[in-house]
Design a protein around this ligand. Structure first.
Ligand SMILES: [Zn+2]
Length: 148
């Protein structure tokens, strides 16, 4: 009986601490993490979270994102869910769908391309990504504005 009472008191103190103290909240709940920002993948965060690039792409596709350029900001929340904020207007970025699917954005032959690992834009003469040292690139894909 004494142990149960002690556990109830600890639980109540934790509840109060979670509401009143940002430090307690951060220690026991963790923090949400930015996994993509302005069309680029945060590879360091993905490695720390042990999330693959393909898993991130799958999560973004579940939000209806077909082009990494559409992502203004994506966060993995402490609850395990994700939040995605979109760029509006026509966007250019790394395609998240295989090139020949019916819903794939139309790839364009532009004077730009994107790192296939992190999504950073790269000039045609670059042989190595300046952000992540990757050596493979994908053609730029452009996607018209989404309906509101
Ligand atoms: Zn890169």
């Amino acid at each position: 009986m004494m142990l149960v009472t002690l556990l109830v008191i600890i639980n109540k103190l934790m509840d109060i601490g979670m509401v009143e103290s940002p430090l307690v909240r951060r220690v026991f709940s963790g923090r949400s993490v930015t996994v993509a920002d302005n069309g680029r993948i945060n590879l360091k965060a993905l490695r720390a979270l042990k999330v693959s690039r393909e898993e991130l792409f799958e999560g973004l596709r579940e939000h209806g994102i077909r082009n990494l350029g559409r992502v203004a900001h994506a966060r993995l929340e402490t609850s395990g869910t994700s939040s995605v904020f979109r760029n509006r207007g026509t966007v250019c970025g790394l395609a998240l769908l295989p090139p020949h699917t019916a819903h794939s954005p139309t790839p364009l032959r532009l004077a730009s391309r994107f790192c296939s690992a992190c999504g950073s834009p790269a000039d045609l003469d670059e042989t190595i990504c300046t952000q992540c040292a990757n050596r493979t690139f994908a053609a730029a894909a452009i996607e018209p504005d989404e309906p509101p």
